[in-house]
Design a protein around this ligand. Structure first.
Ligand SMILES: [Zn+2]
Length: 365
């Protein structure tokens, strides 16, 4: 039986009347919202077929209906064309817009969904493009979004069983995102993290994402630590306060370079935290400050030896005195400053630091 319909006279598609944002570019942005739109529309009820005249409260509800129908029936859809409502166009919403300038389904005057099989959204496909489509438009008199025309005939088989594994419909719900992040922070490897969720939900067929989706999500979360416009104390304070909000407690030890702005922020936000300086950065700075000395290669060698090989504070003191005397460096301002803050970067003082870090971790477990 054919399910194709003629154009509804009331809702003739008026291409050219206003700018019609055509397929792939806008579709890419809208597809990012597809999984979100689909979420919450799942149940065990059979798919409801699109019918001409069916009304929806908004373009977003129309989109949710179309995605749910495609998901339950077993095919992929994409936005073939769409048209923004004039007020949103005037506000600067546009293709590739970001934030409140990003096109969303509820901003649309018209939306045409098409089956993706063999269409331009699946360029690798060599089958004849499927003609199935659903076209909806806002009725400005009633404020309802209405299905004007549709053709529900496909030129290929449908398989609802594979829908949840199709990229179009794969998504990680907020609940599972939170679980993945919590497990990851607890040190659980990604594979075991994912398998735990699979077991909990009774099998992979009940999940709407696969192991690779979980891996991609966790990796993207791990890459989030913070981008700031200015490296001043105020900006670092904001970063550390957000860190406190996320982690729930201060870190026992922080290792940084000799950034003064960061040091001020750490003192204010993490007053109990042991602030240590990165040894690699200190030795880099030593090279910069001492490289013009005629005996620099020997100085560099001896400095690294006393830093890494002194076992007690007394031994360090003796080696340091010999080093300063041997190369006549008593008046070197940078070395005097480095010695004054030796407890923050010399490894001989770090035993206490790591013990503090470990006991803090153990307390939290
Ligand atoms: Zn199709």
């Amino acid at each position: 039986m054919s399910n194709s319909f003629d154009l509804n006279a009331l809702y003739i598609e008026e291409e050219g009347e206003n700018e019609v944002i055509d397929e792939n570019e806008t579709a890419t942005e809208l597809l990012r919202h597809a999984a979100h739109v689909l979420e919450g529309n799942e149940d065990n009820q059979p798919a409801i077929e699109p019918t001409i005249g069916a009304e929806f409260e908004s373009g977003e509800q129309f989109a949710a209906f179309c995605y749910t129908y495609a998901y339950k029936t077993g095919f992929e859809i994409h936005v073939r064309s769409s048209q923004l409502l004039a007020p949103f166009k005037e506000q600067g919403v546009r293709r590739n817009g970001v934030g409140d300038k990003e096109p969303r389904f509820h901003m649309m005057n018209k939306i045409r969904f098409m089956c993706s099989e063999g269409n331009t959204m699946k360029k690798s496909s060599c089958v004849t493009p499927c003609k199935m489509y659903v076209f909806g438009k806002l009725n400005h008199d009633t404020g309802k979004f209405v299905i004007c025309t549709c053709d529900l005939v496909h030129n290929h088989d449908l398989n609802p069983e594979v829908s949840r594994h199709v990229v179009n419909y794969r998504h990680i719900s907020e609940y599972f995102k939170a679980r993945l992040v919590l497990n990851d922070r607890a040190g659980i490897p990604i594979t075991r993290n994912f398998n735990t969720l699979v077991r909990e939900i009774g099998g992979i067929h009940n999940l709407h994402f696969n192991g690779q989706d979980a891996r991609n999500f966790i990796n993207s979360e791990r890459r989030k630590t913070a981008l700031i416009s200015y490296e001043d104390t105020e900006s670092f304070e904001w970063v550390f306060e957000k860190w406190m909000e996320c982690m729930g407690r201060a870190t026992a030890v922080l290792l940084t370079d000799q950034c003064k702005a960061m040091e001020g922020a750490i003192k204010k936000v993490f007053p109990e935290t042991k602030h240590r300086l990165c040894l690699w950065h200190i030795l880099q700075n030593a090279d910069k400050n001492l490289k013009d000395h005629p005996q620099f290669p020997q100085i560099d060698r001896d400095l690294r030896t006393l830093v890494h090989e002194s076992i007690t504070e007394e031994e360090l003191q003796d080696m340091w005195d010999d080093f300063m005397e041997k190369y006549n460096l008593r008046r070197n301002k940078w070395l005097r400053g480095a010695w004054d803050m030796r407890q923050r970067w010399m490894p001989v003082f770090w035993k206490d630091t790591f013990c503090a870090g470990m006991s803090s971790t153990q307390r939290s477990e």
